[in-house]
Design a protein around this ligand. Structure first.
Ligand code: BTN
Length: 242
């Protein structure tokens, strides 16, 4: 059952001990007309990641989805995901974790994944009816319970006060969500991707070159031998150092 989380956050937070997926719960709320509501769970039994992957979500993590109704066309929604990545990074840094953003939406410590974001939306071509960024942060998760290549806040700096972490995260997200330029500036400062040689797998083939910048709504600019190629966040299947 859902309970109030009692946070002084800019969103109503509905807390569950265990749900299949907070994104699914959030979608039901969105379909019922909810807005600015956060669904938070201690554990997910059917957590989902990007590209239809499973997302391991043991007890102790921060698994949350935010129901938003922004006045945006679908093409501009990726900036919301970038804002979420910045908010996670800042909350993690405040907790003492040396977090960086890897385009488009992973938060890493070194090469290890600390958090990921799955954004879903519904609506018309000119305006979305809702957007749900789903944020998965390996918070108080034991190293043994993490998938290969992942890390957690607990593994990096020890157990944290999750309530405080969620509060900081939501406050930061709220500051950024209506300011795309500020999101982009903050994102650039926190990105490990820029200035590096990358190899991006897209449905149209592999793009290789130096990641030189990111532009709205979240497009990566890669300088290749054939000139600058723009890669849209949704087209990225895999990004790694070249
Ligand atoms: C990824 O990196 O592949 C994205 C992972 C997103 C996981 C979060 S956890 C909260 C929300 N509920 C889900 O089922 N997925 C997202």
């Amino acid at each position: 059952p859902a309970v109030e989380y009692g946070l002084e956050a800019p969103f109503d937070v509905e807390y569950h001990e265990s749900v299949p997926s907070t994104n699914a719960v959030a979608r039901d709320l969105a379909d019922d007309g909810a807005s600015d509501v956060v669904v938070l769970a201690d554990e997910q039994t059917g957590g989902r990641g990007r590209l239809d992957r499973e997302w391991s979500s043991p007890s102790g993590g921060v698994w949350l989805s935010i129901v938003l109704r922004p006045d945006l066309p679908p093409a501009r929604v990726p900036v919301i995901t970038l804002a979420a990545a910045v908010a996670i990074t800042d909350a993690a840094r405040e907790a003492g974790v040396d977090a960086e953003i890897k385009w488009p939406n992973d938060v890493l410590v070194g090469e290890r994944k600390l958090a990921g974001i799955l954004t879903e939306m519904e609506g018309e071509a000119d305006r979305v009816s809702w957007v749900i960024p789903g944020l998965g942060i390996n918070a108080n998760v034991d190293a043994e319970e993490l998938p290969e290549g992942a890390t957690s806040i607990q593994a990096e700096v020890g157990v944290i006060e999750r309530r405080l972490f969620v509060q900081r995260l939501l406050e930061r997200f709220d500051e950024l969500r209506s300011d795309p330029e500020a999101v982009l500036d903050a994102w650039r400062e926190r990105a490990s991707t820029l200035g590096r040689d990358v190899r991006v797998e897209t449905p149209d083939g592999v793009v290789e070159g130096e990641a030189i910048d990111v532009e709205l709504p979240g497009t990566l600019l890669v300088e290749t031998d054939d000139g600058v190629v723009r890669v849209h966040a949704g087209d990225c299947e895999h990004l790694r150092p070249a």
